[in-house]
Write a new protein. Structure first.
Length: 265
């Protein structure tokens, strides 16, 4: 004897006349193999947010279908371009006016120390996202780069030395051509906007090179976002947001600066 079919409550009607801009799942852990446009494949654990828009006349979203579709990533690679197609498929599947996905990852990038060449890894926080609507798709990529900043003010006023600190530089860009957007390459370029880069392994000759290099390139938080803004603009990125946060070494608070393409002009 066949069991009776269970009601599809989410697909029911709603009479309140209020459309829901986004409904979905957040904080879903998923193993991913993310293919960067630069050719690197990043195997990592991701935190995924996926959503669809719910029209006013419909009760809710089918959230389990979103989780199932994320689960299918275990069978292959994903990329920024693939996320756009994935969002479009979810929009069609749930007959929704819009759908989107955000994938937050930690990438470990190999790098040699600046003087000794000793190998080590550095971690970068990366977020790849896609939104699909009837008007098309929107792709964004964000990367947070840990760097060193040395204070121009303390270098100027101190008889000896200058204070420095670890800083976090975050850049988010709208991606017009996913095939040309190498996120790892962008992270490396952004490091050059600060006083010095960070490394996990530094021998004595490396430490000398990093310390003296930072002293020769003092940077306020404002300097870092301005340098990064010029870099992104010259690279042809029309829409971007930047934020740097200095984890201050001589204050009991942090310093930050922000800039965006919208605020220019």
């Amino acid at each position: 004897m066949n069991a009776p079919a269970l009601a599809d409550v989410q697909a029911g009607a709603d009479a309140r006349g209020v459309a829901v801009a986004r409904a979905g799942i957040a904080g879903l852990a998923a193993p991913v193999a993310f293919a960067d446009a630069g050719g690197e494949l990043h195997q990592c654990l991701a935190q995924v947010t996926a959503w669809v828009a719910v029209p006013a006349a419909k009760r809710g979203a089918h959230m389990s279908r979103l989780a199932e579709a994320v689960g299918a990533w275990k069978d292959g690679e994903i990329s920024l371009a693939a996320l756009g197609a994935w969002a479009a498929a979810r929009r069609a599947e749930q007959d929704s006016p819009a759908a989107g996905v955000e994938v937050a990852m930690t990438w470990l990038l190999a790098r040699p120390a600046p003087a000794s060449g000793r190998p080590s890894w550095l971690d970068y926080q990366v977020v790849a996202a896609a939104t699909s609507t009837a008007d098309g798709e929107e792709l964004t990529a964000a990367v947070e780069v840990p760097v060193t900043t040395l204070c121009p003010c303390s270098k100027e006023v101190a008889a000896a030395g200058a204070h420095s600190q670890r800083s976090l530089l975050r850049a988010k860009i709208a991606v017009a051509d996913a095939a040309a957007c190498g996120i790892a390459a962008l992270a490396g370029q952004l490091e050059g906007c600060a006083s010095a880069r960070l490394d996990a392994v530094l021998k004595r000759d490396d430490e000398k090179a990093v310390t003296e290099g930072a002293y020769a390139r003092p940077r306020f938080a404002e300097d870092v976002v301005r340098e990064a803004a010029l870099l992104l603009t010259e690279a042809g990125h029309a829409r971007w947001k930047l934020r740097v946060r200095n984890l201050e070494s001589i204050h009991n608070h942090d310093a930050f600066a922000e800039a965006s393409s919208e605020a220019q002009g």
